[in-house]
Design a protein around this ligand. Sequence first.
Ligand code: ADP
Ligand code: MG
Length: 237
Amino acid sequence: MAIEIREVNKSFGEAAVLRDVSVDVTSGSLTALLGPSGGGKSTLLRVIAGLERPDSGQVLISGRDATRLPPQRRGVGFVFQHYAAFKHMTVFDNVAFGLKIRKRPKDEIRRKVEELLELVHLDRFAARYPAQLSGGQRQRMALARALAVEPEVLLLDEPFGALDAQVRKELRTWLRRLHDEVHVTTVFVTHDQEEAIEVADTIVVLADGVVQQAGAPGDIYDNPASPFVMRFLGPVT
Ligand code: ADP
Ligand code: MG
């Protein structure tokens, strides 16, 4: 397992947002965290990233207990719905940023960034500024930037959420292809059933802070564990 979440609980004040959540994320998988709004998806992702400390339970990343590690020591990269790019930096420099602060040699940085921009089909846009990109291109830049430091785990919180339906569809296919090439363990949050079914190899259904079901998309679709999952994932009638 690349990520093991063991009986994690998290409350904000009186509200129990994660309740005894246990999830295994297989190394190299593309896992969707799927559920209705307010169900605890972002909180769980932030717990994995180390941006939120669980009240109890454990987070293991690549077999190490990461529960008390700060975000920068967990080997995770993340991309959020509203990605904050450095506006005054070119696409190249945005992607290079993490490598520069790690003081990698210049020629290594150039090689790596060019390779990544090619991977996300932005090689022709290296000299542009974020404002000159479309929303979809900007999210692809964000992915390249997250991948630059070779994370063990990539966390995406509704990465395409702010984009229109057509672009979302394109990015889905594109995320799938990217994952097939890079094989980095990826957890992405979505409230969109179709997106999860189409892109993920594993789906974890999270609602009301509780894991309702986890498995391959086809298995969940064919054998929903509860009326809730059936309604949430079933065909629209
Ligand atoms: P989702 O991503 O599935 O929509 P969230 O994890 O963002 O769900 O939120 C789950 C619940 O926790 C919501 O009711 C939300 O209002 C609450 N919540 C999330 N973060 C905080 C916080 N920092 N302080 C207080 N309540 C929070
Ligand atoms: Mg959320």
